[in-house]
Structures are given as C-alpha cells and as structure tokens.
Design a protein around this ligand. Structure first.
Ligand code: AMP
Ligand code: MG
Length: 401
C-alpha cells in the first residue's frame, strides 16, 4: 500500500495513466438508432447526391419560365404531381400542379408558388387551367440534385460526437450503421451500512444512497455505459463479492465511501492489502482518494460525502471518461467574482457557485454533505492551493457543471 500526500495535478496524472487503456478499445459498428452521443471513428462520405433528384421547393405549378414572358398568363394544367409521384415530362405550353418534394419533370425549369396563381376552373383532379400572375426566372423554387451534398463528399468527419442533426444527415443518405468509439463500461459500488435505496423505507440511522445514482448519471453524461450499480454494507466479504462481479463486467469501477480514517473503512481495508494506493490529495472537498487495479481493471475510490464524491468524479474521472469516449475536454473559463473570497492555504478548493451576467458567486455553506446546495450550483470555482484571498472583480477559474 502507498499512502501520503499528493497534489491534485499529481493525482490527475496518476488517474489519467490508470484509465488510459480505456481510450484504446476497438471501435464498433452500431445501428443508427443506437448512435446518439457516440463518436465517429471514420470520416463518412455521402454514398449519394442530396437531394437525389431535382424537386419542387413549393406547392405550386411546374412551368417553363419562357412560357410566362408576359403575365398574367393562362396555361392548361397537365395534371397533379404529389411527393413520391413521377411523370415523364412537362408538355410545352402547359403547367403541372406540383407539391413540395415532388420531382420537377423534364421540360419544366421553374415552380410558381400556388400563392402567385389563380385556378381558372375547379381543378380538384388537376385538370383545367391556371392563371399565373407573375413571371419567374429559370431555377425558381427548383432544388437541383446534389445541391446539399454530392456523392463522395465528406458528410461528417471522424471525431464528430453524434447529435440529432448528425443522425438526420446519416439517415438522409440512407446509412443504417456507422463505426463509433466503444464506450467505457463503468461499474459503481456505493458502500455504507447506513445506505438504503430510494423506494424502501428509511429506518433509524439510515439515509438514501445518492452517490450511486449521481455517479451513474455523471458517467452516462460523459460518454460511458453504466453496466452495474450496486451498494453494500461496510462488510468486507460483501464488498469483495460485488467487486469481483464488477471487474468481470466493467472497464473501470468507481466506489464511494469507506476510504477515510474511521473504524469501518471497507474499501480501504479491502484494497490496501491488495496493492491499492490510498492518499490524501491536497484539495477540498475530496481529499481522501484511492486507486487500485483488480484483475487488470482500474478502480477509483471516492470519499462518501456526496459533494466530495461528485467533485472527485468531476476532477479525476470526468476528463478520463471524456477522452475515452472521444468527447471534447471539460469546459473551464475565467470569470469575475461578484464578491470577496478567502480560501485556506495549501489546498486547492472546489467551491460550488452560481453564474449570472455579473459573474460567479460562491455559496456560503461549504459542508460536503450539502446535496441540495450542490443541486443549486451550476459551476465549481477552482481556487489554487496557494491562493488565500480574492476580491470582487478578480478572475477565477470556473468549471461548468
Ligand atoms: P464515508 O466516506 O463512508 O465515511 O462517508 C462519509 C459521509 O458520506 C457519511 O455521512 C455517509 O453517510 C455519507 N455517504 C456515504 N456514502 C453515501 C452515499 N452513497 N449516498 C449518500 N451519502 C453517503
Ligand atoms: Mg462509510
């Protein structure tokens, strides 16, 4: 077992190295329906032209612009063309009633919107004639084939994190599956004999497990698949059983609780004799941190206080998971403080705070158990270890939650 003090930067590097293998998983092909929020591993070229054929941008009449040299002009209506229909050609001197998305027939070179016409006879079947009020230039309201993307063009570059708009583009060119990064598989084990899963009754001395759901949500939001989520009593045998299951199904395990200096530190007591490293990181909250490797699977052990657990995830796990998923790095900004601030020396402080147009305001209550306070925060203020005071207006590094 290794113990001692570490800077945040040293522990970040240690964790990044431990989780580096997560970035090297082989890509996989997934159906489009499972592609949302995944990262493309290859450039995608369009297998066809979009639009695939010349079609109408308006409900109106397909015409030859040359037939409308003087307006108003009366044209016999050749028929009706709905989206999905086809017709050989527009006869000279005629108009063809056409709906948006229907192919513009050979011979036609423009579409007159229905608003610029008057049907001169009832034409529910498209027969009769139409009076066109205004002339048009060739090409008006005609969407030419390939004007969106051409066959062979780059549709989406490798590295794109797929949002709904990317799925739309992939579906539009008829692709059914794509090659994406494998997501890291995450297991979460919360420890604590006081923990109860929401949905059961709270007994005396018990609290609901919030770290399990919180860490699972954090992992999913950062590109991971949560494959198992469990909690155990402060009982080494129970913990080992869960851990053995977890390392069998996951690429990385996050635990919460059981790493401090109390009498029943189940995580530390179990993993320290198996080569785990338990250190005090110069940060607040989240000082007690540990890592281990069991059956080749990295384990990050976070302290149990809910704010400490989530700040630990934010600082150490989130960057590594995002790198593995191919997501862009965590966003940090420098923003002005709205009020003065003091900070204890020697520890990097991560303070909860709120952002508005005036800048960032730290919360007053600092307790690591304050879950409602955490929920009210939208940023973490990152105060360097050697900073002891800051004034309103000073720039402070902020992580957007
Ligand atoms: P520990 O790190 O195990 O000493 O726990 C520190 C504090 O966090 C204690 O007050 C625990 O009751 C609380 N705690 C530990 N695990 C959880 C959890 N999963 N959900 C909510 N609170 C927890
Ligand atoms: Mg505990």
């Amino acid at each position: 077992m290794t113990s001692g003090r570490r800077s945040v930067e040293e522990h970040e590097q240690h964790v990044a190295a431990l989780l580096d293998p997560l970035r090297k998983k082989s890509p996989l092909r997934v159906p489009l329906a499972h592609a949302l929020h995944r990262t493309l591993t290859e450039d995608v070229e369009s297998p066809l032209d979009l639009p695939p054929f010349r079609n109408s941008q308006m409900d109106g009449y397909a015409v030859r612009a040359g037939d409308l040299a003087s307006t108003p002009a009366d044209l016999p209506v050749q028929g009706v063309l709905a989206a999905g229909d086809t017709v050989a050609a527009l006869e000279p001197g005629h108009a063809l009633k056409i709906m948006t998305g229907a192919p513009v027939p050979d011979g036609a070179d423009a579409v007159v919107p229905v608003e610029d016409t008057r049907a001169t006879t009832p034409d529910s079947d498209g027969a009769g004639s139409v009076t066109v009020e205004r002339s048009v230039t060739p090409g008006t309201y005609v969407r030419e084939a390939g004007t969106d993307v051409c066959k062979g063009d780059l549709l989406l570059p490798a590295g794109t994190v797929l949002a709904a708009r990317h799925i739309a583009a992939l579906a539009a060119v008829g692709l059914t599956s794509i090659s994406v990064r494998a997501r890291p598989r995450v297991a979460i084990i919360s420890t604590g004999s006081e923990l109860v899963t929401a949905g059961s009754e709270l007994g005396p001395g018990q609290i609901f497990n919030s770290n399990g759901p919180a860490l699972a949500a954090s992992a999913s939001a950062n590109g991971a698949d949560v494959v198992t989520i469990d909690h155990c009593h402060d009982d080494p045998e129970e913990f080992v059983t869960m851990l053995e299951h977890a390392v069998g199904v996951a690429d990385v395990v996050f635990t919460s609780g059981g790493v401090s200096k109390g009498d029943f530190e189940v995580v530390k007591d179990t993993l320290a004799p198996r080569g785990g490293q338990f250190v005090s990181v110069a940060m607040q909250p989240g000082g007690p941190q540990g890592t281990a490797v069991v059956d080749g699977v990295p384990i990050l052990t976070f302290p149990g206080n809910p704010v400490s657990a989530l700040v630990s995830f934010e600082v150490f796990a989130r960057p590594a998971l995002r790198a593995a998923a191919g997501y862009p790095p965590v966003v940090c900004e420098s923003l002005p403080l709205t009020e003065d601030l003091t900070s204890i020396p020697g520890r990097r402080q991560f303070l909860r705070g709120r952002l508005d147009e005036k800048g960032v305001t730290p919360f007053r209550g600092h307790g690591s158990h304050l879950v409602a306070g955490l929920a009210a925060a939208d940023v973490l203020l990152d105060i360097p270890a050697d900073t002891t005071s800051l004034e309103a207006g000073d720039l402070v590094k902020v992580r957007i939650l």
